[in-house]
Ligand binder design. Structure first.
Ligand SMILES: C[S@@+](CC[C@H](N)C(=O)[O-])C[C@H]1O[C@@H](n2cnc3c(N)ncnc32)[C@H](O)[C@@H]1O
Length: 489
């Protein structure tokens, strides 16, 4: 459960006394009466606006939120509350919808979208935060009354009151598929994941999967710790941890884990000065894995990143290759994202190319190390992309797998004999990981797969190899996948 509480002075109804003095226990009650002006704190309005942006504009929550927080002038606790409510509601959407559906007589398709957003926001507060139920209901009802009138407010009030009569575990016990009939569906429901994603995790976890699925989904459902990358040659992880009040990461020598509630990351001096960037430790490890892989022949310092946007791994690889006087070519198909790469690698020996990585105007057989951080479903980074788990569809996988195969084939063209390709996804889905690598190995008899566990010494639980799958519940990282393929000389 979240520790989200009321920000000081918000969510209170001073004209009617404090809500927690009006109702001591039991389901919250609403007074009926004429509509009155909205009396909703800006944090909830901001969270509601985030839900609207994601629904109407297909916005990415993490990209849309900063502008919304600025518009509502939210900082510190208020910004934290808006983030928690917005992200939490998006993350939990399918679970909330099942519970809302059980509490309404109307088919869900007949509930207007803004009302559904408000219901989700209210239900999230009731089920997954410590916000007092009356505050959760009253503020949501006020939000709806201010925007849609009293009838809609009454409808929302009635449903939220029903939801508030049980906690999340009790609703799950009633609504989840029975474990004995559908163990995967049951676990998926309890941790607010679509069933097909739970199944994909189970498939990738291998023989240990049954015992681990619960922990894997629970970790994926938790609010993630923010990780920083200490840019090589600029600042050490120890210095960065001291400067930011975090801890050096357990596995990446360049990583720092920030304390929860660190606040605006962009305002940390080290980040503002460009000494550090936000990057999951798993992303650091897979990029480092490629940098450490054993080549056949000397490393001349000619490296390539074939899918570089927005530039996190290009910043790490560019920093590393630059320490030894080498260079990195960074390819990105989208001009907008290429611009983000330019910003991320400013000052590094990196050349950014806007091109399709499958046909980039770069030499074949020329690079010592090539990274393919392929576009993927992102199922391994769902905890950092709140809306993604309900937006992604299983039908997305085959098209992405085709693109991934083509990008890997291009990488194997660009790498020199004796050089290494690192194939990376932030998805553990077997069709995007092992399936793509196995296909490439089948098609090429001049490529051998290296054991990627060898380049991550000290990292436990990497599985049977030769590829590596990281997991939030085992490593505290995103579920990154790494395979290392070396071209023979
Ligand atoms: C998983 S992201 C890469 C993340 C990046 N390596 C980082 O660490 O910041 C995949 C990127 O590939 C880009 N992309 C998609 N199709 C591509 C293609 N055909 N050629 C090159 N880049 C492509 C996407 O725009 C996206 O920026």
């Amino acid at each position: 459960m979240s520790t989200a509480r009321e920000p000081r002075g918000h969510g209170r109804k001073s004209r009617r006394g404090r809500p927690d003095q009006r109702h001591n226990a039991g389901p919250p009650r609403r007074r009926h009466g004429p509509a009155r002006p909205p009396d909703v704190d800006p944090a909830r309005q901001a969270a509601f606006e985030l839900l609207t942006a994601v629904r109407e504009r297909d916005a990415y929550a993490n990209l849309a939120l900063p502008a919304i927080l600025r518009r509502y002038r939210l900082h510190d606790r208020d910004a934290a509350l808006a983030t928690e409510l917005g992200y939490g509601t998006l993350r939990t959407q399918g679970l909330l919808d099942a519970i809302i559906e059980a509490c309404t007589d109307r088919p869900m398709s007949h509930v207007e979208a803004p009302l559904l957003d408000a219901l989700r926001l209210g239900a999230y507060q009731l089920l997954r935060t410590r916000i007092p139920p009356h505050a959760a209901v009253d503020t949501t009802v006020d939000l709806v009354r201010g925007r849609a009138g009293s009838r809609s407010a009454g409808f929302v009030n009635a449903i939220l009151r029903r939801i508030s009569q049980r906690d999340e575990a009790a609703w799950a016990a009633e609504l989840a598929p029975p474990a004995e009939e559908d163990a995967v569906g049951h676990t998926a429901f309890r941790h607010a994941h679509p069933r097909w994603i739970a199944q994909a995790f189970l498939d990738a976890l291998g023989p240990a999967g049954r015992a681990e699925l619960d922990a894997a989904l629970a970790a994926d459902d938790a609010r993630p710790v923010v990780h920083l990358l200490a840019r090589p040659g600029e600042i050490t992880a120890e210095e960065l941890a001291l400067a930011c009040g975090g801890d050096p990461a357990p596995y990446s020598p360049y990583g720092v884990h920030l304390e929860p509630g660190t606040g605006e990351i962009g305002e940390l001096d080290a980040v503002a000065e460009g000494l550090a960037i936000v990057q999951d430790e798993g992303s650091q490890l897979v990029a480092l894995g490629l940098a450490r892989a054993e080549l056949d022949g000397p490393d001349e310092g000619r490296w390539l990143d074939l899918c570089a946007g927005p530039g996190g791994k290009a910043a790490l690889l560019g920093g590393l290759v630059g320490l030894d006087g080498g260079t990195l070519d960074a390819v990105e198909q989208s001009e907008h994202r290429a611009q983000l790469v330019r910003r991320a690698v400013d000052g590094l020996p990196v050349t950014v190319h806007v091109a399709d990585g499958r046909a980039a105007p770069l030499p074949d057989g020329a690079y010592d190390r090539v990274l393919v951080d392929a576009p993927c479903t992102g199922l391994g980074a769902l905890r950092r992309r709140p809306e993604a788990r309900w937006r992604r569809r299983p039908e997305d996988v085959p098209g992405l797998a085709r693109l991934q195969r083509e990008l890997l084939a291009a990488a194997l063209r660009h790498v020199r004999p004796g050089g290494v390709v690192g194939y990376v996804t932030c998805s553990p889905h077997l069709s995007e990981t092992v399936g793509v690598v196995t296909g490439a190995l089948r098609r090429r008899d001049d490529v051998e797969q290296l054991d990627a566990r060898d380049v991550l010494p000290g990292v436990p639980g990497l599985g049977p190899g030769p590829s590596v799958q990281l997991w939030p519940h085992r490593h505290g990282t995103d579920a990154m996948f790494l395979a290392l393929l070396r071209r023979s000389r």
